[in-house]
Design a protein around this ligand. Structure first.
Ligand SMILES: Cc1cc2nc3c(=O)[nH]c(=O)nc-3n(C[C@H](O)[C@H](O)[C@H](O)COP(=O)(O)O)c2cc1C
Length: 223
């Protein structure tokens, strides 16, 4: 059982990192193996829109993004955390979303997931929604999702509250790891998105999306 935690803030000592580390420590205590990635520490440029990944299954840019995407593909669970920037996810998190080709490849297929957005005033719910939609559209199971506001650099003001919220997230996440079937509304949304949008496109594109179709086949997703 391996769980990946991803910090979308450049700030390794920030509130997003603190929340993720609280969750990681709790998971480790429960015997769950984890790996923590600060997106600010990896080499990752923007998606260029070349579509090589759709055709070949591999990104044309040689940096760390593809490695993270492969690590996610091997994981049982994924915890995504982002600070809110202008009522959205951070640029780092958006780069990972684009470079990881999450939705088209169904990268989170059957993986238990938790999403976290931290903010200072307004917009963290909007950032959270971006991550929540990402998980559901990518075939993941959204076990829990929360936004936490705090003063910038003001972890002490919310440490206790954050710790309690993280413990709750871990409880729901552990349940999700064991029983992935208990989310009928998410499953319905995913069914509609996959069958009305993604699957017809991948079929229609044929050889141009061969890389995507091959990955689906390995995961047992019918074309
Ligand atoms: C460029 C920038 C934009 C921000 N935009 C928002 C915002 O729209 N809404 C909000 O509530 N907080 C905003 N914030 C505050 C951060 O989201 C907030 O302090 C967050 O918890 C920081 O996370 P970190 O400590 O993990 O870096 C912004 C901060 C920065 C640096």
């Amino acid at each position: 059982m391996k769980v990946i935690l991803i910090n979308g803030s450049y700030r390794k000592g920030g509130i997003t990192a603190a929340a993720l580390h609280m969750i990681e420590a709790d998971l480790n205590e429960k015997g769950v193996e984890t790996a923590f990635y600060n997106l600010g520490e990896i080499s990752m440029s923007h998606c260029m829109g070349c579509c090589t990944c759709y055709r070949t299954g591999h990104c044309g840019i040689k940096d760390d993004a593809e490695r993270i995407s492969e690590i996610i593909a091997e994981a049982d669970g994924v915890i995504l955390g982002t600070p809110t920037y202008a009522s959205n996810v951070s640029g780092l998190m958006k780069d990972l979303i684009d470079r990881g080709h999450f939705v088209i490849e169904q990268l989170l297929h059957n993986k238990a997931c938790v999403t976290i957005a931290t903010g200072e005033n307004y917009g963290s719910k909007d950032a959270l929604k971006v991550l929540d939609n990402l998980v559901i559209y990518s075939g993941g199971v959204l076990c829990d999702s929360f936004a936490m506001n705090a003063p910038f650099n003001g972890i002490d003001a919310v440490r206790e509250k954050l710790s309690g919220r993280c413990s709750k997230a871990v409880r729901k996440f552990m349940n999700g790891l064991q029983d992935k079937a208990d989310h009928p509304i998410q499953k319905l949304i995913h069914y509609i998105v996959l069958n009305a949008g993604i699957r017809p496109l991948v079929r229609k594109k044929g050889a141009l999306y061969r890389g995507v179709a091959d990955k689906w086949e390995k995961m047992g997703i019918e074309l």
